[in-house]
Design a binder for this molecule. Structure first.
Ligand code: NAP
Length: 496
């Protein structure tokens, strides 16, 4: 029985759009993109909290083959990213292939028919020769189980479900969490509310954000002479690459660079916060890079405002009108803003149940063994399956370098499959084991294993204490491997 479709892509964020563009390029035109939300854009559709913006310069945080000359700022605000996603979907004619409000519950490999059977909430199933999951890394919002939270009588908003109609003016608000989201949100909320308490468990490294509007004349230049924007992208990418490769991945060899980044963040804090005790509380006690650092010119300053308070005592429980900390102090609030991030390792790898050959369950396999994926994209026993958000897949600082390397990997793999006239591909156990050994070995030089990350509580680490999220190579090396991996790292075949 032939499958209904060539391919199913799960997720209509930038990863899914990239995969779909590559499928089209390969001539696999019969595919659908299934999306649980009611619009496209992934993170940039779901996250709409005040202050949302990229923190990787926009010339770099975009597809290299689809530059946007019209970013309004060096670091574009969130709604421009959503518009950019819309533009890409329209230009590459992908919108018609998207099915919104479609929650994929699971998928299993049907070996007899060499196809994936994808189960959709509500009872429908779809079959396809290939399955590509692009479900994101930060797509499963996390609300900690604070005792008593259900009794809170005021308004609760998680940053991934912002309520635009809720007026913050004159509220007594709390923000729980001090990750990259809170760093953007705190100054915006402080500007509106009567009182704000920020509950911090772990401080975050924050360095200055060199941001400015991009004047019309520069936008015009980027549009007329695309090479100028390419040059800007190259310069920014080189800087990010140096930070990542030297400061984080080669921490053992280039410790002074890491120390310099921490010193910059400390100087930034010193320049912005006058109160010594607040400064001390905002200073991390783990190495720079253990946890994702962030950029802001306004976050630290906010704590100088008389109506803003930093609370570092741990939360004991929540009552109908406030938050009680372990020291017994109650902070009375009417608005609770949860900037508590995402659950990566319990529910996101993979985001849906995937059953491969011989009934192997991907989530169970990863949890019972080690988290692993050859080149961060394929797994033995999962034929014709590309998992775009895999362990060791995230390469560099801009997600687009990961997406484009994966598009290249897809291109090389499918081209070989078609050249051989075969129907299935599967990565070999040997190639997968060698890749895992290699990344494990390389991580030995990184800040994750060589630095002091004990108090970071970083989502880069999984439940086994492994830093299995980032690919510990340069993006140049990731791209090189994507276009030159040994073709016999895969087996190819057909049963009928
Ligand atoms: P996050 O980095 O995971 O931060 C979650 C925060 O909630 C942390 O401060 C965490 O404290 C706190 N928290 C969690 N459980 C808690 C508990 N039980 N009690 C007290 N505090 C608790 O999430 P995020 O800030 O949403 O950012 C996630 C990622 O999204 C970022 O790292 C970044 O990659 C991305 N992001 C990017 C941008 C951008 O500009 N491009 C903006 C926002 C986010 P602990 O640290 O102690 O666990």
């Amino acid at each position: 029985m032939a499958p209904q479709l060539d391919a199913i892509v799960v997720g209509a964020g930038f990863g899914g759009l990239g995969a779909a563009i590559e499928l089209d390029r390969l001539g696999l035109r019969e595919f659908v993109i299934l999306e649980r939300e009611d619009d496209l854009g992934g993170t940039w559709y779901v996250n709409r909290y005040p202050g949302l913006a990229v923190d990787i310069a926009s010339v770099t945080y975009s597809y290299s083959f689809e530059p946007n000359p019209y970013w309004s700022r060096l670091f574009a605000p969130g709604e421009e990213l959503k518009k950019y996603a819309d533009h890409v979907a329209d230009k590459y004619d992908l919108r018609g292939r998207m099915r919104f409000g479609t929650v994929v519950e699971g998928a299993h490999w049907d070996a007899g028919n060499e196809q994936w059977v994808v189960a959709i909430a509500g009872g429908d199933t779809l079959t396809a020769r290939y399955l590509l999951t692009a479900t994101g890394f930060l797509s499963q919002p996390y609300t900690p189980p604070f005792p008593g939270i259900e009794s809170f009588a005021g308004k609760i908003i998680h940053t991934t479900a912002w309520d635009d109609d809720y007026d913050l003016t004159d509220r007594r608000a709390a923000i729980i969490g001090t990750g990259a989201t809170a760093v953007q949100l705190v100054p915006e909320v402080a500007a509106k509310v009567a009182a704000l308490t920020v509950f911090q468990r772990t401080p975050i490294w924050v360095v200055p954000k060199v941001d400015a509007p991009i004047p019309g004349v520069v936008q015009g230049l980027f549009a007329k002479v695309p090479l100028t924007q390419k040059a800007a992208r190259l310069a920014n990418t080189a800087m990010l690459e140096a930070l990542m490769v030297l400061g984080v991945l080669h921490y053992a060899q280039a410790k002074p660079l890491n120390t310099a980044a921490a010193a910059l963040a400390k100087a930034h804090l010193f320049a912005q916060v006058r109160d010594r005790r607040t400064r001390a509380a905002l200073t991390p006690h783990y190495d720079f890079g253990c946890k994702r650092p962030t950029f802001s010119n306004t976050y630290f300053k906010t704590f100088n405002q008389p109506h803003v308070r930093l609370e570092t005592n741990s939360i004991d429980h929540i009552e109908s009108d406030g938050i009680v900390t372990a020291d017994g102090h109650k902070t009375e609030i009417d608005t609770l803003l949860l900037a508590t991030g995402f659950n990566l390792w319990d529910v996101n790898f993979p985001a849906i149940e995937i059953i491969g050959r011989d009934g192997v369950n991907l989530g169970k396999f990863w949890r019972e063994n080690r988290f692993q994926a050859y080149e961060g994209i394929t797994v033995p026993k999962f034929p014709n399956f590309l998992s775009l958000n895999s362990p060791y897949s995230y390469s560099g600082l801009s997600y687009f370098t990961t997406i484009e390397a994966q598009m290249k990997h897809m291109g090389r793999l499918f081209t070989e499959l078609f050249r051989r006239g075969e129907r299935t591909f599967e990565v070999t156990e040997r190639a997968n084991a060698e890749f895992l050994d290699r990344v494990t070995d390389k991580l030995g030089s990184s800040v994750f294993y060589g630095g002091d990350c004990a108090t970071a509580r970083s989502y880069y680490f999984n439940q086994h204490g492994e830093a299995a999220l980032l690919r510990p190579t340069s993006t140049a090396s990731a791209h090189r491997e994507a276009v030159s991996f040994p073709l016999d790292d895969y087996t190819y075949g057909r049963t009928a």
